[in-house]
Design a protein around this ligand. Structure first.
Ligand code: ADP
Ligand code: MG
Length: 452
């Protein structure tokens, strides 16, 4: 297996085992550089990340790599040496700079001009009820860039296809207009670090040019700029400059604008002035279609029973769905394991377990109590205080949703009987699909549960 594939697989598994915040902070820009006689060299973007990963994740990484490649004896960590300053100082030529940046990342074919990854194509994007609205808006934008839905704000949970969708718009525009309309994609973390760099080096003009001299600006995961005043400020001006010139702006976030707590009001109202669409959980048929499409793209096969099993079990994250399929393909191809329903069950089980094992029932109760500003005791108390009814039902729902706890156990945990638990879980499960304010609350609570 080539090193990039091996690293991708490794990261998929690491991502399932550590918190999202940690994954983002420490491993997102890592790479498996080379391997020689069993020594695998992993590069990290800076010294800080190197030390951290070396100390905290050495064992985990070694274990996962070993599962895929028996020849590994030892891991070595290096700093890739390409700190941001050098990238820019290497003077002017934005193209070279971008190429350097990209070499640090995981993907190699990223277009240095647009920063788009061609992997996110329209062909590989499956449309279903969960993303229909967002997809049709995307299609409309491709045909009427800048005038139809501007800005376009898409939001939804992790691994549900936001990045794919917004990059796809850029890729399609490149292919339809042959470069006459120039997109640029950037994550909001990268945007922030560019601003920080520009301030430190007094190069604000370069950054202004970089982001304003485009026809379409795509910003991913905008929630991360909330509370970073200087970045918000600069983004606001960039936004206005582009908007006034009928340039298209596309933004993604893990939640709707009104739920990004620290976002400045003026930015929020700008976002709300365009089209807002969400992407939700894919339904069963869509999950099957995604799996089949992926198998076809990679020229692989798995039995219908296995596909059905994976699609039934992994419901809430397309990245996980892909992770499980990758793992199964790997077992089949590299390990020559016969992938039957039993093997698939084991792989799914492991994936689901590793996601939930770090969270305890008490952590969930604590997060719910904190969110609603009540005490944990209030949640359990026998009384019928009205203001704790919803928090208690949500707590029950989350115990079931995250930990898959039995109803009697949930009941016991909250001092109720199991029928109350069933009632609460059913009620919230039904409402969460219809009531967006409830689903936002639940997402925010989950965020806080998985944050540390
Ligand atoms: P997000 O940005 O919402 O966290 P991503 O766009 O990174 O999610 O999607 C996670 C993975 O799932 C990616 O590999 C992506 O290609 C795949 N994916 C997401 N949505 C779809 C879809 N509708 N059809 C096919 N693949 C998808
Ligand atoms: Mg994303």
């Amino acid at each position: 297996m080539d090193l990039d594939r091996l690293w991708q697989l490794t990261l998929t598994e690491v991502e399932a085992q550590i918190s999202r915040a940690n994954f983002y902070t420490w491993l997102k820009n890592s790479r498996l550089l080379e391997q020689k006689e069993g020594v695998f060299v992993i590069s990290l973007p800076n010294n800080f990340a190197k030390e951290w990963v070396e100390n905290k994740y050495h064992k985990l990484l070694l274990g996962i790599i070993r599962e895929h490649d028996y020849s590994v004896k030892k891991l070595e960590f290096v700093v890739s040496g390409l700190v941001q300053e050098e990238v820019f100082v290497s003077k002017g030529a934005p193209k070279e700079a971008a190429q350097l940046e990209n070499r640090m990342g995981l993907e190699f074919k990223i277009d240095p001009e647009t920063n788009l990854n061609p992997r996110y194509s329209a062909k590989s994007f499956i449309v279903g009820a969960a993303n229909e609205l967002a997809y049709s808006a995307a299609t409309a934008i491709i045909h009427e860039v800048g005038t139809k839905y501007n800005p376009f704000f898409v939001y939804g949970g992790v691994g549900l296809g936001k990045t794919h969708l917004i990059q796809m718009i850029g890729n399609e525009i490149m292919s339809v207009y042959g470069g006459k309309i120039r997109p640029r994609y950037v994550s909001s973390e990268k945007f922030t670090s560019d601003i920080v760099w520009a301030i430190r080096n007094k190069r604000m003009e370069d950054i202004k040019k970089k982001y304003r001299d485009v026809d379409l600006l795509i910003i991913d995961d905008i929630q991360f700029i909330g509370g970073k005043e200087k970045t918000e400020e600069e983004f606001f001006h960039t936004f206005n400059a582009l908007y006034e010139n009928n340039k298209q702006i596309i933004i993604s976030s893990d939640r709707p604008p009104q739920s990004i707590p620290t976002l400045e009001e003026r930015l929020r109202s700008r976002f709300e002035g365009g089209l807002i669409a969400d992407v939700g959980y894919p339904e069963y048929e869509m999950r099957v279609a995604i799996i089949k499409n992926k198998l076809q793209e990679t020229g692989q096969q798995l039995s219908e029973e296995v596909i059905d099993l994976v699609a039934r079990k992994i419901k809430k994250n397309i990245r996980e769905l892909e992770g499980v399929i990758n793992k199964l393909i790997f077992l089949k191809e590299a390990r020559r394991v016969e992938v039957d329903v039993k093997t698939a069950e084991e792989v799914v089980e492991k994936c689901v377990k590793s996601l939930s094992k770090r969270v305890s029932d008490d952590q969930i109760l604590k997060a719910v109590a904190e969110f609603f500003n009540v005490s944990q005791g209030d949640l359990i108390e026998k009384g019928r205080k009205k203001e704790v009814v919803e928090p208690r039902q949500i707590a029950m729902y989350l115990l079931r949703d995250i930990l898959d706890m039995s109803y009697p156990y949930i009941g016991e945990k909250l001092g109720r009987d199991h029928t109350t638990a069933i009632h609460a879980v059913d009620k919230i499960s039904q409402e969460v699909n219809k009531n967006s304010s409830l689903s936002q609350k639940i997402n925010l609570i989950k965020e806080s549960i998985f944050k540390t």
